[in-house]
Design a protein around this ligand. Structure first.
Ligand SMILES: Cc1cc2nc3c(=O)[nH]c(=O)nc-3n(C[C@H](O)[C@H](O)[C@H](O)COP(=O)(O)OP(=O)(O)OC[C@H]3O[C@@H](n4cnc5c(N)ncnc54)[C@H](O)[C@@H]3O)c2cc1C
Length: 505
């Protein structure tokens, strides 16, 4: 093929619809990915429509995203009024009064080549502490309200953990907008009122409210729940998971920050769903995610307002959604990112991470104007798997409850679950085996946190643990607990760490 022919197939113009977290993450990342290629990137957003404005808790992968863009972490924390997140505290999920912590970290260290959780399982028979959190430095730090950089001290595998952030979603979008505009992304502040398709059914152009027409080769739908391009124009279809993930509404309200600056988010199960608490430097984000079948919007709002620590800073905001995913995240010349691609509820803060991996898949399979169908099929297969793995992880939170107090929780306990999840639980219960399918977002340690939090224990363990004598096992585990508690004792309080390194000016 001649160079000219190759050149003519190149994507010349990318049009992104939407200026929420998804739109600006895509614009920032693509402006860097396609730097010096003469590709024009346009982003259209509408102040009349606005953004969803929530989405403040993240996963550790956000650090990789920022790092790849060359963003300075301290500058980012200051400008987005962020705090550190070591994990999530789950209250009242298993039973009322119970709690557990899901850290971004492995537990303990393996002994005699046996994975730690097998050693821990045997230790329970010897009367050792049941709470696996004692073997996780970030869990102990979080319980003490402290924060330290991983591997700061001590220099042991026990101090190798991840962390994420809580940030102001609107400020993060602004931060990335500045980044993208500096790299020649062209911003339109207009409403898209019509979408024109070509003879193949591909998107040809968008009509704006001011009658301007925007043409492009590749379109990225970041228009939020509605899916203006992927659904309204291309009718891609949506796979609903409400029978497994029943919450379909949320009411959100910020309040003044009071008390300790916790280095973690909290998710507390309530009668018809659960409540989030996300601490930022300047305020606390709160919300009640609920199932409208079991509670009215007014009652949910009242329940949330009754549970809030500080003075309320804004009117409560109601959001409606259907859990599930778009049947194809990439259809023809349109890729859907963010809420336009699907939403599985915010319980484990996975949405921003999914935007990030969607961008990364687009880059891995970056098309030319031929839009190779095999590449698109593979990108869709990977995305579907990724969504389904997260879906299963989320379902476990509902299925394993033993609250027994309301219809929602009783129905969740009784519901049938996907075979993929059933298989995982069965193998873990039997001999502590952790099944890994492809495209897992949550690694073994996360599943162990959940199993432990819901008191799902393996009956048997790796026989190699029996080669360690009981006294030695108890001694090694006690040493791990001691090393972790000593390290945590010496770490600064989260609020002091922020004040010293990255407080807002
Ligand atoms: C209750 C709730 C809690 C959440 N919590 C978390 C969390 O803790 N962590 C996490 O990772 N995620 C969370 N999420 C998800 C997260 O909010 C989203 O993934 C993220 O904000 C991205 O949203 P978005 O950019 O896809 O959509 P939006 O923020 O809705 O942005 C849509 C954009 O499209 C534009 N637009 C729409 N139609 C048009 C049009 N016709 N013309 C021009 N522009 C248009 C809008 O102006 C806007 O700029 C939560 C979501 C909900 C609902």
């Amino acid at each position: 093929m001649s160079n000219n022919k190759k050149h003519s197939n190149k994507i010349d113009t990318i049009v992104i619809v939407g200026g929420g977290t998804a739109g600006w993450m895509a614009a920032a990342s693509l402006s860097q990915f396609l730097a010096n290629t003469n590709t024009t990137i346009k982003l259209i957003e509408s102040a009349d429509i606005g953004t969803v404005g929530v989405g403040e808790a993240t996963l550790p992968t956000i650090r990789e995203f920022n790092l790849a863009l060359g963003i300075d972490e301290i500058d980012f924390i200051r400008k987005t009024k962020a705090t550190y997140k070591l994990g999530i505290e789950f209250c009242d999920w298993y039973k009322k009064g119970s709690s557990f912590f899901h850290p971004f970290a492995k537990y303990g260290a393996q002994l005699n080549a046996a994975q730690f959780h097998h050693c821990w399982r045997k230790s329970l028979d010897l009367g050792e502490p049941k709470d696996i959190g004692h073997y996780s430095l970030p869990t102990v730090l979080a319980r003490m309200g402290k924060f330290a950089q991983p591997l700061a001290r001590p220099q042991t595998p026990l101090a190798d953990y991840g962390y994420a952030f809580h940030f102001d979603a609107i400020l993060y979008a602004h931060y990335l907008r500045d980044y993208a505009i500096q790299r020649q992304v062209i911003r339109y502040e207009e409403k898209v009122v019509d979408v024109a398709l070509d003879g193949r059914g591909f998107i040809h152009s968008l009509k704006l409210a001011n009658d301007e027409h925007i043409t492009g080769d590749l379109f990225i739908d970041c228009s939020g729940f509605r899916g203006l391009l992927i659904e309204d124009a291309l009718e891609t279809g949506y796979e609903e998971w409400a029978h497994w993930l029943p919450c379909d509404r949320a009411v959100a309200v910020p309040c003044q920050r009071t008390g300790e600056l916790t280095p973690y988010s909290r998710a507390t199960a309530l009668e018809a769903g659960w409540q989030w608490r996300i601490p930022l430097q300047h305020r606390i984000g709160n919300g009640y995610v609920y199932c409208s079948q079991y509670i009215s919007d007014d009652a949910a709002t009242e329940r949330l307002l009754g549970n809030i620590e500080g003075t309320v800073l804004a009117e409560p905001r109601l959001l409606k959604f259907t859990t599930g995913m778009r049947k194809k995240f990439w259809n023809k010349n349109c890729v859907a990112l963010g809420l336009a691609g699907g939403f599985m509820e915010p319980l484990e803060s996975t949405s921003i991470g999914l935007i990030q991996s969607g961008i990364s898949k687009l880059q891995t399979f970056f098309p030319d104007k031929n839009f190779n169908p095999d590449d698109i099929r593979e990108a869709n297969r990977l995305t579907k798997n990724e969504f389904e793995r997260i879906r299963d992880f989320l379902i476990l939170h509902y299925k394993a409850n033993q609250r027994g107090d309301t219809e929602l929780w009783n129905n969740c306990q009784a519901m049938s679950i996907p075979d993929t999840l059933n298989h995982k639980i069965k193998l873990f219960k039997n001999r502590g085996h952790l099944v890994n399918y492809d495209e897992e977002s949550f690694e073994n340690n996360s599943w162990i946190s959940l199993y432990n939090g819901f008191d799902i224990l393996p009956q048997k363990y790796d026989p190699r643990v029996d080669q360690i004598n009981n006294k030695e096992l108890a001694h090694d585990l006690a040493n791990m607990r001691k090393a972790i508690h000593t390290a945590a004792k010496h770490a600064p309080q989260h609020k002091d760490f922020i004040a010293q390194h990255c407080a807002i000016e």
